[in-house]
Write a protein that binds this ligand. Sequence first.
Ligand code: F6P
Length: 550
Amino acid sequence: MNADGRTRLNQTPEWTALAKHREELAGTHLRELFAADPGRGEGYTLQVGDLYIDYSKHLVTDDTLRLLRELAAATDVFGLRDAMFRGEKINVTEDRAVLHTALRAARDAVIEVDGENVVPKVHAVLDKMSDFADRVRSGAWTGHTGKRIKNVVNIGIGGSDLGPAMAYEVLRSFTDRALTVRFVSNVDGADLHEATRDLDPAETLFIIASKTFTTIETITNATSARTWLLDGLEGDAKAVAKHFVALSTNAEKVAEFGIDTANMFEFWDWVGGRYSYDSAIGLSLMIAIGPDRFREMLDGFRLMDEHFRTAPAESNAPLLLGLLGLWYGNFHDAQSHAVLPYSHYLSRFTAYLQQLDMESNGKYVARDGRQVDWQTGPVVWGTPGTNGQHAYYQLIHQGTKLIPADFIGFAEPVAELSGELKAQHDLLMANFFAQTQALAFGKTAEEVRAEGVAEELVPHKTFQGNRPTTTVLAKELTPSALGQLIALYEHKVFVQGAVWNIDSFDQWGVELGKVLAKRVEPALTEGAEVPGLDASTKALVGTYRRLRGR
Ligand code: F6P
């Protein structure tokens, strides 16, 4: 029994039943499951908004799905879900509400935190962002010298970078192509250098995105950006007001940095960094695609929120995807999960999901403070699929590790494509469908022999198959479809954290490295003695200093 009154997860009857069921299912091949049920290909699917979700190529039967849902019921996933939507402080270690869903709530919705309805605040900021975005896009907002803003540089890291950077790429075909939009995150000076080297300071707007406004990488880059701007504008400090805006929860620190809080777009501590790109953190994206498109994206998020909040367990997509991930992680020893988009525009999608999933569920301590003795979050990885096919798919097809994968594709190429480039889409999608087919059904030795392959090569050319995949197919890559997809993954991650009984909304694990970096820096720059420095790090620091001629 846990301190919070819950039975240890892996001692519940529901968990034990799944472990037993896994044994019974061992050796069952997807080929058999499909042969036994001709309706499986259409039956094991869901349509949520624009997303057609096919989960037929998973190593599951109706019994598996029922047992997984029973585990979700026993761990009260929907109870925690409702508490989240109500604004309860389910982020227990930080004593905070978790309300990214309020960021896309309808204007007339009522969602209370500590007795205050937060929805009017959300819409006030959205309106302020819209007004600002329109002024930048129309040229009404000019730089210090009166020149029109042509370049937007977002400086932020983690949740203050990955979301807008990803979404900007995804929605590139909806952006104002006259604007150059760049994202700087790395404290390596090369990042800011490359982002600004061909820009005119008089035409450049910096958006400093930081929830806390204390993140050293962001503040360092923002300080260097200010120097770059002032160097280019004859040192006139008044220029900062026209070229710097801030996205933050921390007005005090924003003012301390020298940005007028009138140019600050606010969000709140009940928005986790990795759940924040539909808040003020999305300002760079909104400038790029315009407020209307941004709101369409929010509508997409809301559609999936409503689905997650109201759909029964049997047809609840985030619940299903969360449970399927858990099925492999906890009952098949899968260590990782690949996300493989078949869209060039989704090139940063998996990188975004890495923070969403791994920072949320990379935890070994349960909500009750005790160490878990079950697997939690997987390693999430992947790049656009066709490129992956010529790199790492070999291991997914014939390696010794089970890697469940999500395949994401779109029926239509983006509207901008025409002629031959548009025609290429069918080839892209032929690959998309072929890969999940090969992964699921493989190729038997008999099939290989029938092709006249020499006997000694038969084992090499045989594919076991039985590699599970989810296919997510939408008609078009629109702002709304993107919102639906992101919310699908947000809630999938939620479901898994709820079952594992971990706090998916804190991130204490990243703190230690930050503290140590601060302690080590004087050793690099001044050769200062760092008390308690281990022998390995001491030798590395010494070598670094020698190589730098210090
Ligand atoms: O890496 C830790 C972290 O706190 C992330 O959770 C967050 O998204 C990132 O740093 C950036 O934080 P901030 O927005 O406060 O600069």
